[in-house]
Ligand binder design. Sequence first.
Ligand code: PLP
Length: 759
Amino acid sequence: MNKEKYLAELSALPAEGKDAVCLYNEISALAMRHIAPSPRPRCSAHYLSIEYLIGRMFYNNLMELGVLEETAAVLAGKGVDIGMFEEIEDAALGNGGLGRLAACYMDSGAATGIPLYGYGIRYRYGLFRQRFEDGFQKESPDDWLRFGDPWSIRREEERQIVHFADMDVVAVPYDMPVFGKRVNILRLYAAEGSEAAQKIGDVLYPADDTREGKLLRIRQEYFLSAAAVGDILRAYEKRHGRDYSHFAEENAIQLNDTHPAFAVPELIRALKARGLPHRTALRIARQVFRYTNHTIMPEALECWDASLLRRILPDIAAILRALNNSAAYFRRKEGYSPEELSASALYDPARHSFSMANTAVYAATKINGVAEIHSGIIRSTLFGAEYAHHPEKFLNVTNGVTQRRWLELADGGLAALIDGCIGRGWREDFDRIAELGAFSGDEKTLACFVRVKEENKRRLFSYIASKEGAAFGEGRMLYAQVKRLHEYKRQLMTAFALLRLYFDLKEGKTDIFPSLFLFGAKSAPSYRRAKGIIKYINEIVRLINGDKETNGKLSAVFVSEYNVSYAEKIVAAADVSLQVSAAGTEASGTGNMKFMMNGAVTLGTADGANIEITARAGEENEYIFGARAKELETLRRGGYDPAAWIQKDPAWERVLRTLKDGTFSDGGTGLFAELYDSLTVGASWHAPDQYFIFRDIGEYYAAILRANADYGDRLAFARKQWNNIAASAYFSSDRAVREYAEKIWSIGGKNGREGGNGA
Ligand SMILES: *Cc1c(COP(=O)(O)O)cnc(C)c1O
């Protein structure tokens, strides 16, 4: 970018009488005029993802362009506070960790100079906006385009038609440049045409509990896959015409989970349509794709009814059947047992459905999990058959997050303190953050760190006061659990521990350093239990905050509309990061990494990336508790009995009873009784307390109190926090993306060389 020219034009821009939205659009457009995408090298990687949880682009983009501070200064000269754009946008084209990971990887691809091109859907509405009414979650549409979208460019000339048996859909790309050492492109496709066609691009994850809903999901997934494959082929054909012999060597296609897995049969279909024999098309497809698995939750492992597919995508259904047959043929020759054949089959004849995960596994040259423990679990369970015969296809790439958004932008105070210690180089080379280790014995630095944390808390609390109307005093230890609401993440366990803490305080059984527990989470609109948990936590929050007797010690808040911008403020302020999933259920987590980078200790289970965080920061700097994955596996098989665990400590009995003894009201919805039953008797599809809350809660409570007691020595606790920051180098998405480039895509060298050297 030509900074001088941009700044000169910005200085000349009249600001008087313009409102925030108008200025936001004009400044963004001005910046966009001064940048151009980097030339596309011969070899590149393509990232296909149904979600991109981008967050606010304005500040991040100006920061990446290196003009954020100057822009703020020029605007200040015009009497404009750059903070006025805070409420304008927050592109939430994603749901949680998976979508945020995609956004971090796009950021890091550009920053490290790797030619990485993202493909996704330009949803008309982002993830729903959340508010609480009487403690219940209410949803409303997120009209994220209402302020304009100055950071995208519509590429009319590159539109394509995506064909379904019953309709054609126009796919129009919108390009979002991603700034760094290179300027890469995130290409999001809008669905246009008939009313039915437009519906495909309406919302992320439409409810799929009906046949119509399932059809819509299939259409979305195919729409993304077909548009991306068509675009990659077109770019290739510009260089090579109809000679496809270099296609696999020049293109890597990364499937971010299975949603874009239709790209596999679609590439075969498209190559055959261009005259290639099936065998050649299949061979090319089996050289191009890579697959990242993100979860072992059964409900997230997509299987699509063959009858639905045949109806709207008969060619794709036929290719999937052919793939299934050729997979079985070759695997039999390779010595797969009948059990292995059926476990890895693309088509399940009993359920008449296609497994998208097995399709991705068959096609992919590389399959990765997202943390060591998770990569181990998929090798031994989910994809055990394939691993037994093709271990070379499997590897781990532990997730990462970008230190630029999550430290530099989110925590300016800490960034400045770090600059003072080790210079500014950590923005591009996060390994340098380890140099902070030399300062962990320096009390002056630690005292500065504590001041930064307190300032960040003040900033967060005043934001919460304006958003939620809840006020909190200063000088509190801040525990935070923010993430999607799901039973496996065990927000309910935190709620129980919090309620126990309140009871114990009230009865003088314990004393603590004044603390605030902060929750933030959205529940899927149709997920009843998760919504019950939200209501229950809100009831507990009301009880605790309403009690003047304990208020000086304990308060709680459930922030509404948790999103990327909220997360930026929360990770900067938190002292303790609660990461308490049942061991073996959280693939990696990335929230845990953001907190670590900002100097929160992890109070959590030995799950996902918590394990690697602890290994790097040292056990003495975290609070790890609870059953390991192996123990839970044994309990699962051996008939776990939560009642027996509850009886060990009557206090938990009392806490659990509040779900049905009238302590709290669920407004007559029956939600609390359902939660109670899920923990005590289970349901037809699961055993009681399937995520082992009562196995772990005693240890959880003890860990909360232990951390609290340690916090009394603020400097000693600050040292633990500081040691976490210093140990966080590995959790940069720059490291993760470089690993993908080297080990999975085979493009770019150790330093993310521009271009790349082919497969
Ligand atoms: C990082 C992030 C997540 C993922 O959090 P986990 O704790 O890893 O589940 C979800 N939502 C938002 C807004 C995030 O920024």
